[in-house]
Design a protein around this ligand. Structure first.
Ligand code: PMP
Length: 430
């Protein structure tokens, strides 16, 4: 959930605070930093955790069922790998495909196939509709929004709450407008605000009345196993909820091992109803003669089973957690009593959301860049790159090493104080 920072009364006048911030910013400029916090990529230390993958599958090439992984075929992917991820992605193994290396590619393909083919339950191809639109919970993931923009799909922002997208607003919109064909959801440890959807929201999304008969929930479960604490929340099973509500074909579930093993060299998954699985399988058969089963075999041998995944994710947590703690500690120390910022405290995933006073996010990112700190562009968390309040900044602490994260956060906090007090002083002079 995103809240705008509220500025409380401070006994020291803002003009004095501004002078302090200016001095700190001048120091920051003098440090000649060159640091990058733009994308939520795993660090080399995290990738090293999967080093054994590079020598697997050794001289082995047969899957558990005897399939020769060196050859074409097995369009659904290797059963043993789908078995490992079926529980985490909450899709029965027969309704789970392991294909390709990227879940984003699968989301892209689903959009394309819905545009150029006819989805189960659709009256016509989406390309033949006068207008189509997707609901975009904000803040959200810029690459989802980029897909919509690329294919001329209108984006309608809906606010996130601390239980997921604002259900009342979603229900109202989808009931009224048949052009609304889908919604983007990152149900666990949302990118970027870290929210986990409540059972009520999952059930609501599954059962709501939609004016479009071919409405789809794009359920991007990218962070299904990416815990940062001992609390390991279970988000409700969306495929089961849709089936129970009489909308069995409503949800497309996506996932991948990108942030489990090797980013971009992992395996992606698609889970859905039998009808949707048959639909995608049929469309994909024209596109590919089968997935990379050697990579799937290597993954199955490396991860072994669900407990193997859990154990591996604990190693990621040991690397990531100190960086998240450093961000939270850094913000608390530098901004805690200023009232200039609020931030999320995620229990998993890859991101922290920093909320600064309205109208300040773009300027904070610009000042940080001047000081050699590259942040995700302000607005990236919103459709069309436009955050109407200009108040949300996405922080992704995974890639830099711990000392760099600490340095970056001190620098970002200085920029927030500089821009925030500049605004306070300017507002007071109006
Ligand atoms: N979805 C979300 C929400 C993500 O944050 C990311 C990675 N940043 C992806 C999808 C991309 O996943 P993949 O590598 O499987 O394409």
């Amino acid at each position: 959930m995103t809240t705008t920072a509220q500025v409380p009364a401070d006994s020291v006048p803002p003009a004095v605070r501004l002078e302090e911030a200016r001095r700190d910013y001048a120091d920051l400029l003098g440090q000649g930093l060159k640091l990058d916090l733009t994308r939520g990529k795993p660090s080399a230390r995290q990738l090293d955790l999967a080093a054994d993958l590079l020598s697997l599958p050794g001289d082995r090439y047969t899957a558990a069922d005897g399939t020769d992984c060196r050859n074409y075929g097995s369009p659904d992917g290797l059963r043993e790998l789908r078995d490992i991820f079926s529980g985490f992605l909450q899709a029965p193994v027969d309704q789970l495909l392991a294909v390709g290396n990227s879940s984003l590619e699968l989301m892209h393909d689903c959009l394309i196939h819905a545009l150029l083919g006819t989805l189960p339950g659709a009256e016509r191809r989406w390309a033949d509709e006068e207008r189509i639109a997707f609901l975009c919970p904000v803040p959200g993931y810029d690459r989802h929004f980029a897909l919509c923009e690329r294919y001329g799909i209108d984006m309608i922002p809906v606010p996130m709450t601390d239980a997921g997208p604002d259900l009342g607003e979603v229900e109202r919109l989808v009931a009224a407008d048949p052009a609304i064909k889908g919604i983007w959801c990152v149900p666990k440890y949302s990118n970027p605000d870290g929210t986990c959807y409540s059972d009520e929201v999952v059930r609501g999304l599954a059962s709501m009345r939609t004016a479009a008969p071919d409405f789809r929930i794009f359920w991007d479960n990218a962070y299904a196993v990416h815990h940062l604490t001992d609390e390991e929340p279970e988000v409700a099973d969306v495929l089961a909820a849709c089936a129970e509500a009489g909308n069995p074909d409503r949800a497309f579930v996506f996932g991948s091992t990108s942030k489990i093993t090797l980013a971009g060299a992992g395996v992606a998954f698609f889970g859905s109803s039998p009808a949707n699985i048959a639909w995608l399988r049929g469309r994909s058969a024209k596109r590919s003669i089968g997935p990379d089963k050697i990579n799937q075999l290597r993954h199955a041998l490396f991860l072994r089973d669900a407990d193997g995944v859990r154990a591996h994710m604990r190693k990621h947590r040991a690397v990531l957690r100190p960086k998240f703690d450093a961000v939270l500690r850094g913000f608390a120390e530098a901004l805690g009593d200023t009232g200039l910022a609020t931030w999320s405290t995620p229990k998993g995933g890859y991101f922290i959301v920093l909320n600064v006073p309205d109208g300040c996010a773009g300027e904070v990112v610009r000042r940080a860049k001047e000081a050699g700190i590259a942040l995700t562009p302000a607005g990236a968390t919103h459709p069309y790159g436009q955050d109407p309040k200009d108040s949300v900044i996405r922080i992704s602490p995974s890639y830099p090493d711990l000392e760099e994260v600490e340095q970056i956060i001190r620098g970002v906090a200085t920029c927030v104080r500089l821009v925030g007090y500049e605004k306070l002083v300017a507002d007071a002079a109006k």
